[in-house]
Design a protein around this ligand. Sequence first.
Ligand code: F0G
Length: 457
Amino acid sequence: VPHPVEPWRIKMVEPLRPTTRAERGDALRAAGYNISLLRSEDVLIDLYTDSGTNAMSDRQWSALLAGDEAYAGARSFYRLRDAVRAYYGYEHVIPVHQGRGAENLLSRCLIRPGDHVPGNMYFTTTRAHQELNGGTFHDVIRDEAHDPSCEHPFKGDVDIAKLERLIADVGADRIPYLSLAATVNMAGGQPISMAGLAAVRDLTRRHGIPVILDAARAVENAWFIKQREPGWGDRTIADILRAMCDLTDGATMSAKKDSYANIGGWLGVRDPELAERARELVVLYEGLHTYGGMAGRDMEAVARGIAESVEEPNIRARVGQVAYLGGRLADAGVPIVRPVGGHAVCVDAAAILPHLPRAEFPAQTLAAVLYLDSGVRAAERGAVSAGRDPATGRDRFPRLELVRLTVPRRVYTQSHLDLVADSMIRVHEHRTEITAGLAFTHEPSTLRFFQARFTPT
Ligand code: F0G
């Protein structure tokens, strides 16, 4: 897989700080073996997330200066609203500080205790807000999504039979909405198809169930539809994005992903009554309904970033760079989630460390070893991220136990990714020397992966 030619050049740089193996050992111990608790200063290449870690363009930086910091009715809000309307098509736009702010508003507005919320695999903060409001999450993604080696082109799609079964079991009136992610982060950035979305739309419309899109990486999803789905190859990314949104009733958005912003998000809906309720809540939890926790300048950066995100050279280079990293690992025999997703290469830690019990967290362990090897920080997306079942209190062990190498947009070069690949390949070659896993010494009760501490077993 070739590395793409970047459609931009570098105008400002930030130094990286190399560390010794001894320093990394100290940093890892101080962080309780949790890569989430490392200081960024101690990290060489940071692939923890693609969220808020993107490089903004010169146009976005200039837009910051045009930010209107009025408390009420800021010009920058209307710019943001108009950009969301133009590219995503939702009439009502409620700004929030980031994606989970929108999840909070939506879950509070729509979920009553005892409700059931189906989704195409869970996302950590999304499910946490559903559960906090008394809902039960049901995974209705197709089975292929749980199989790392399966090459299906649209592993993110909903399994219609699973959704029909849930509707029959609990009744449509206990399903406030379907939570549909595009792409699916926890499956490794796998896309949904337009045909699959249309099928979901048909079924849910018959039952009066709204579809709410998690649009954080919907532009990446549109790129995959253009590449892989018959009939869409000649359409623009903007067209495909809009066609996807047109099949949904609303969206929660973390502008820290596709939109190249360092902070920001929005809730977009069509129903004016729902919009009204969300606006009442946003003033409680985020800020006035014309800034929602963002500074005026942030709203400018997001509005500009939305327009850049659908430019074809940008999205081609973005997904192409991730494919390059995936290709290097696959060529060296490192087991990764296939096909390579939009935002990350996910390494199959359960396949690499089959001798470690799942209860000793192979992915968390592998991420720690990778950091020790080279100063590369990945993210754990396995049992630590999955947390405990609120009903039974037991650990959830998803089939996917992944180390996610998440690539920030427009930040790293080919040689940085080669360093990452070389390190992961080296760690893989020495995998049998990893004989101890990790055990909790401190386990937070919600979203435990962020602040947990561990000790080697
Ligand atoms: N939905 C998806 C699919 C996400 O990936 C994220 C964040 C959110 C919602 C929440 O958005 O962070 O702006 O509040 N994902 C980041 C990640 C944190 O690393 O995967 P947020």
